[in-house]
Design a protein around this ligand. Structure first.
Ligand code: KMT
Ligand code: NI
Length: 179
């Protein structure tokens, strides 16, 4: 399963864990309150997995592709990693299923603090439209992920500040827990 924690504010390598000392864990329940949903699947059978098929049907995830993020296989690797780590939002949900390797998704909580979510093989996560987030590889420098989408994919990212978008205002209003 996933593990999540509040991040320290050091400028060290983004691929390091950046845990607070002592660690300040974030539960699945707390992530849910931010609109972040999670499923655990068996990635060994992703090509023919009834559980994945069911989620895709239920959620309308009609589109899927697979991205391998590794120095020698991803074109413009450095540039893309830099882009993924810029704080941004999307107008649609971001849905990622880790098929191999591992990676971090960082999301802002309602008080604007960074939460780091450690994803590994079998973890499927959905980030709600309008949440500020970013992505990085960890020190293993490799992940393979399925990207899912409702209908035709729109990859456009709006770097922060993007507070003027209606989806941002909708997201901010969507949770009960402000303070
Ligand atoms: C995004 O928009 O943050 C991404 O697509 C991250 C990389 S996909 C594993
Ligand atoms: Ni994104």
């Amino acid at each position: 399963g996933i593990e999540a924690w509040y991040m320290d504010s050091s400028d060290e390598d983004q691929r390091k864990p950046h845990r607070l000392q002592p660690n300040q864990a974030v539960s699945l329940e707390e992530l849910k309150q931010l609109g972040v949903c999670y499923w655990k699947l068996n990635a060994d059978i992703y090509e023919n997995d009834p559980a994945l098929k069911q989620i895709r049907e239920d959620q309308g995830y009609s589109y899927m592709d697979i991205i391998t993020i590794k120095k020698d296989t991803l074109p413009n690797y450095e540039e893309k990693l830099k882009m993924f780590f810029e704080e941004h939002l999307h107008l649609d949900d971001e849905i990622r299923y880790i098929l191999d390797g591992q990676a971090y998704f960082d999301v802002r909580d309602k008080k604007d603090q960074w939460i780091r979510i450690a994803m590994s093989k079998g973890d499927l996560i959905t980030l709600p439209a309008g949440i500020y987030h970013r992505f990085t590889l960890d020190e293993t420098n490799y992940t393979k992920a399925m990207r899912l989408f409702v209908g035709e994919p729109v990859w456009k990212a709006y770097n922060r500040p993007a507070d003027e978008y209606e989806i941002r205002q909708k997201y901010v209003a969507s949770s009960a827990c402000f303070f």
